[in-house]
Ligand binder design. Structure first.
Ligand SMILES: Cc1cc2nc3c(=O)[nH]c(=O)nc-3n(C[C@H](O)[C@H](O)[C@H](O)COP(=O)(O)OP(=O)(O)OC[C@H]3O[C@@H](n4cnc5c(N)ncnc54)[C@H](O)[C@@H]3O)c2cc1C
Length: 175
């Protein structure tokens, strides 16, 4: 259990916002396929989203418009609240899949849910992180644009989001 929890925490771009998430893929241990889906890609998506959140949070406390930091404008504060909540939800799904794996439970469903939710969440979160950065979010110097592109691939490889939904719906309809 510790190993999976540790892995999820480790794949976190926060610790190094300059780390390209493609490097994370290379660093991932090659194990069985389903492990890779939930542990590597779901946690990769989690790390990408967390990194984008940290960058957006930091920027929102620095950038001032209309006489105050943008974090003090409710529209931005609410975006940050939504992002933090979504990241936490994805983290719990990843933990559940890791727990199922450690308990030797079947984790096809929890793994697919973790992968689907984390990937979709990462896409939403990185788009919002770019939005919080305004025009600077669009330029390479601020890194969130790269995280937005990196988030996209997590919806595609190791089973697209549509394929994860097939897995989940089959399981739901079987019950
Ligand atoms: C950067 C990158 C790295 C990659 N690395 C690897 C790798 O290491 N190993 C590897 O094997 N592959 C790798 N891939 C390939 C990747 O796994 C595939 O691109 C992915 O599985 C989608 O397959 P596809 O591109 O053939 O899309 P398609 O299967 O043609 O899908 C196109 C669209 O149709 C949807 N779709 C497909 N089937 C269904 C269905 N039955 N019902 C509903 N919708 C459906 C898909 O969700 C998608 O939206 C990589 C791809 C990229 C971009």
């Amino acid at each position: 259990m510790v190993m999976f929890f540790k892995y999820i925490v480790q794949v976190n771009v926060l610790e190094n916002p300059f780390l390209d998430s493609t490097l994370i893929i290379v660093c991932q241990p090659k194990k069985e396929k389903q492990d890779k889906i939930f542990k590597s890609i779901a946690s990769q998506a989690l790390g990408i989203a967390s990194g984008a959140y940290e960058l957006a949070l930091q920027y929102s406390k620095e950038r001032k418009v209309f006489g105050k930091e943008i974090s003090k404008h409710q529209a931005i504060a609410f975006k940050l609240a939504d992002i933090a909540t979504e990241i936490e939800a994805a983290r719990h799904l990843c933990m559940k899949a890791a727990w199922d794996k450690d308990q030797h439970n079947n984790y096809d469903l929890s793994g697919a849910m973790a992968k689907l939710y984390a990937a979709e969440m990462a896409m939403r979160v990185t788009v919002e992180a770019v939005q919080i950065h305004g025009g600077y979010g669009f330029v390479k110097e601020y890194h969130v644009e790269r995280l937005m592109r990196d988030a996209k691939i997590t919806q595609i490889y190791e089973g697209t989001s549509e394929i994860q939904k097939i897995v989940i719906s089959r399981s739901v309809l079987r019950d």
